[in-house]
Write a protein that binds this ligand. Structure first.
Ligand code: 5GP
Ligand code: MG
Length: 181
């Protein structure tokens, strides 16, 4: 069945915003050894756009990924977070930029920050395409945010519902995702 959607941010809006983000990241991270840590799977498109633009700003990071799983339903991540795949390159003494698609309850990002602290990076900063502050449970604010959104379930630009919609070049709200298929 076709799920009704409402477009929140167009391809052009997202492109422009990512350029602004990279411009501030470039200023803050200049002259450091940088590791970009992407949280899979949702961050992969956002991260690819960020990293490609970094080249234009003369920023030359290493890139690594973590896969985390949260127990529970697909729409509302529940309490427990587990590492499915950890980092494979050293971040010791380096500047780390953690990139995720969306900050919701904040549990995933807090877990990643705690994990990273053990690896003794020089600094850790966080960057998310979307921030949904209404649902925050953990006290955490991203250092770089693309857009703030209301408490709605969104898909597109890497974000999925049941594994689908990631390829969409825009971000859209889908209604009642739990009863949609
Ligand atoms: P948190 O740990 O901050 O609650 O959850 C973060 C993760 O939940 C995100 O990385 C994402 O996978 C998922 N998530 C939270 N809100 C949404 C949403 O509106 N749409 C989609 N597709 N995933 C979401
Ligand atoms: Mg995610």
């Amino acid at each position: 069945m076709k799920i009704p959607e409402k477009i929140l941010f167009s391809k052009e809006q997202i492109e422009n915003r990512i350029r602004e983000l990279v411009s501030s990241i470039a200023e803050d991270f200049r002259d450091r050894e940088i590791v970009i840590v992407g949280i899979l799977k949702g961050s992969f498109i956002f991260l690819a756009d960020l990293v490609r633009l970094m080249y234009e700003y003369n920023i030359h990071p290493q890139v690594d990924f973590m896969i985390l799983s949260s127990y529970g339903g697909s729409t509302y991540p529940s309490t427990m977070v587990k590492i499915e795949r950890d980092l494979s390159i050293s971040v010791e003494g380096k500047a780390v930029l953690v990139v995720d698609d969306i900050l919701d309850t904040g549990r995933t990002m807090q877990y990643v920050k705690e994990r990273l602290r053990w690896l003794e990076p020089e600094i850790v900063r966080t960057c998310v395409l979307l921030d949904k502050p209404a649902r925050r449970i953990v006290d955490i604010t991203p250092d770089y945010t693309g857009f703030q959104i209301e408490d709605e379930f969104v898909v597109g630009f890497g974000l999925d519902y049941n594994g689908f919609h990631r390829e969409k070049p825009y971000i859209a709200v889908i209604q009642n995702p739990e009863s949609a298929d």
